[in-house]
Design a protein around this ligand. Sequence first.
Ligand code: SF4
Length: 72
Amino acid sequence: MSWNVRVDRELCQGSGMCAGTVPGVFALDDERARARADGIEPDERVLDASDICPALAITVHDGATVIGPRRD
Ligand code: SF4
């Protein structure tokens, strides 16, 4: 099962922390982040990036379930 990563570019503050954490998954365009691909292989670092995003702009989906950011 692959994961889907969404970045809300309206919320993104352009800190670059996600791209610094998982450069293969996130990139910065015009000082806003985007996901490089729609479906990705499960990777704990992507959940870490979702957790640390200061704007809570990154959501990670496993099918219909939102798995990031983690609540606990
Ligand atoms: S960590 Fe969040 S605020 Fe920073 S660039 Fe990534 S999506 Fe934008």
